[in-house]
Design a protein around this ligand. Sequence first.
Ligand SMILES: [Mg+2]
Length: 312
Amino acid sequence: MGVGEGSGRDHLKTLSSDAALDFYEDVRHRLPASTGRGDCHGCANLSQLLDAYDVFLLDAFGVLNIGDEAIPGAADRIAAIQASGKRAMVLTNAASVPSAALVRKYERLGFRFNAEDVVSSRDVLISALRGEVRRRWGVMADAALQDGDLDWLDAVYLEDRPAEYEAVDGFLMLGSAGWTENRQALLEAALQKRSRPVWVGNPDIVAPRHYGFSVEPGFFAHRLADRVAVRPRFFGKPFPGIFEESFARLGDGLDKCRTIMVGDSLHTDILGARNAGIASALVAGYGFLAGKSVPAAVARTGIAPDYVLERP
Ligand SMILES: [Mg+2]
């Protein structure tokens, strides 16, 4: 999820970070395999990595912001990276709004990113949709937040009408604001009756907000896959497509040895970076592991970043 995506509609529930970590471990068989381990070198903040890296791929929730608020000092730190001639790109699993809306929202929080420097899992999913056979999609997302980039698609925004779940030829899970247990039950029943493609624009289980962790589309997709015979197709971290999209945008500027992913989630940011063959830094003081033991989480998951930062 990205910043400021709420339209006043609540998320169904929250999870503790311990419960979210357990959930991620339970669904590891659907995530990419972990490749190698970093040595968890401790650093105060990103400024200590400036000499070693030229490209900083930044997670949003937990690195730039918590919910709708910027992390104190993050905007100045990112501005300093940009001013030193290094490239800072956002790599986000935000899928409930178009990335153009994300650029505007980051700007409101004090960050300055060009459109080509914001890579969202939604963008990667839409690219894949354009190459797909034409079908009618049922969409999990708040229709009020949609702003143009899916207008070309034959789609219905799913609410509480069972016939719409029955009629569509596939499902897109983009945003969980406004999603309810009733809608999840309708989706499950429809897929039990007739299997269809399920594409997931946000593989996250949770996102850090000021009130705790909201439950995100990945949570509902994995729950679905546990109960009915569907194999969801995931877009976004830790899956390779979003990393490949950022590498394509970097073009000749890509040197994997000088590129680092910075994030607060072992199972998305760090696992994805290791799988993509780039360095990784875990932000420990904010987001997923704030107040938790990083060594315990690393030992439990076997996912080890190259660096552990106290703050972005
Ligand atoms: Mg995050």
